[in-house]
Design a protein around this ligand. Structure first.
Ligand code: NZQ
Ligand code: ZN
Length: 411
């Protein structure tokens, strides 16, 4: 178990009807001027935005609004938000939406006190500073990205075809209002993509080069089992409060860092190599219509099939703890397979089960279903190399040739 630091300063208000408490919470924290950021209209249609604004009014928190955060949010929109935050003199950026809206709010908050262009921070040309930075708060409407408590903001630059994450403790929201009833209106595809993203966040940390860390590994596998149990319930009955609530909380636990503690290869770094996220972010950077979780449903199993031989024991333990899959024992079971074949069969069955689960929720299993073809791969590799360098990854270092092979394996 390796050395780590862990801080999760976010205050969670998790309840039916919690939306109506956001104004009082912000006022109690000393905030007086909120820039309310939202997406492309779902919160207007559902009435959530109206309830948030009424709650701010009731608590005496002044507000200005900025709609239009798109899925795979753009830096152009962030720049608009920075101008709005400055002119309104916002002391808190309140996101009402999902990962795309929250990441926009985080980037606005980091960019507001920075004199240069906010993309400098994502390009790592400048470091974000706390001084003069508005706080970030959110009312979460889709459990998926885990941005409600994560240290990351992920923003796309359409001019450069780059999608970049910026991780800093300054990104952790001060307040996350989590009202599971808000997620009843989610389309099945978004519910499924969200659950896929959560499982991916857990697996990126689980499949790291560090050996077993039982306390963390049990949290990880327990979360995956709970998600696999609750997701079909929410898909069958979108108004199932308990299923929605469990999924919502799991999304936070999957990505606030808890599910990887001690699994970090170098002291005080993030656990895992995040290879599948790197491969996916190129897909949704080049094709903004691709839903992040759907892209992960395609590339994660492909990555697993490509690399598992570098850490077979991790894949066996995942199969055992999540699916109850054990390699056959040739002697005891009276079958004619070598030990190596038994391990390969067990790992293969594990990856098949996982992929079947994603597909059972309505997720794609091929790049073709996402509208990505073989002709797209060279340009994906070009920006992947800009983002990750010539080699990346943890349990197995991947070159651009490896990345090409993984993309090609899921055409
Ligand atoms: O834009 P609106 O109209 O609000 O519609 C959204 C959007 O179309 C809709 N939606 C959200 N809540 C709804 C709803 N529709 C009906 N009822 C509701 N209650 O759902 C769609 C997806 O929303 P989005 O915010 O894009 O989803 P998600 O939370 O999956 O965020 C995805 C973004 O987060 C990034 C992804 O790369 C992607 O850009 N990530 C952020 C991370 C982080 N900050 O820590 C980590 C992740 O790995 C991820 O990379
Ligand atoms: Zn993700």
């Amino acid at each position: 178990m390796n050395d780590f630091t862990f801080s999760c300063p976010t205050r969670f208000v998790f309840a039916r009807g919690a939306t109506g408490r956001v104004g009082a919470e912000l006022a109690a924290a000393g905030h007086a001027r909120a820039l309310v950021v939202f997406g492309q209209g779902s919160v207007v249609r559902t009435g959530t935005l109206g309830r948030v604004l009424a709650s701010l009014d009731a608590a005496g928190v002044a507000h200005a609004e900025l709609g239009g955060a798109r899925p795979n949010p753009s830096v152009a929109h962030v720049r608009e938000g920075i101008a709005a935050a400055r002119s309104f003199q916002a002391d808190v950026i309140l996101a009402v939406g999902g990962g795309s809206t929250i990441d926009t709010a985080k980037a606005i908050a980091l960019g507001a006190p920075y004199a240069g262009d906010v993309w400098d921070l994502f390009a790592k040309k400048a470091a974000p500073v706390a001084e003069g930075k508005p706080a970030v708060a959110c009312v979460l409407t889709i459990p998926a990205a885990g941005s409600e408590a994560s240290d990351s903001s992920v923003i796309s630059n359409d001019d450069l075809l780059l999608k970049r994450g910026l991780s800093t403790e300054l990104n952790r929201p001060e307040l996350a209002v989590m009202d599971p009833e808000l997620t009843f209106t989610l389309p099945a595809y978004q519910t499924a993509a969200g659950v896929t993203d959560m499982i991916a966040h857990i697996m990126e940390r689980y499949f790291s080069s560090v050996g077993p860390v039982p306390v963390t590994d049990n949290i990880a596998c327990g979360l995956v089992r709970a998600l696999m149990q609750e997701a079909p319930r929410a898909l069958a009955d979108p108004d199932d409060y308990d299923a929605r609530a469990n999924i919502m909380w799991a999304g936070m636990l999957a990505h606030n860092g808890l599910a990887g503690l001690g699994r970090n290869a170098a002291p005080f770094t993030r656990a895992g190599g995040w290879e599948s996220h790197a491969l996916e972010h190129e897909l949704s950077a080049h094709h903004a219509q691709i839903t992040h979780g759907a892209g992960l449903a395609v590339v994660f199993p492909a990555w697993m099939r490509y690399v598992w031989r570098s850490a077979p024991e991790r894949f066996l333990s995942f199969g055992r703890d999540v699916f109850g899959i054990e390699p056959v024992d040739a002697e005891a079971d009276g079958v004619d397979v070598t030990a190596e074949e038994a391990v390969a069969d067990a790992v293969s069955a594990t990856i098949d089960e996982l992929q079947d689960f994603f597909v059972s929720m309505g997720m794609p299993s091929t790049l073709g279903e996402l509208g990505v073809t073989a002709e797209d791969i060279p340009s994906l590799l070009g920006t992947l190399e800009q983002n990750k360098g010539a080699e990346f990854g943890d349990i197995r270092r991947l070159t651009m040739d490896d990345a090409r092979a993984i993309y090609e394996s899921c055409l």
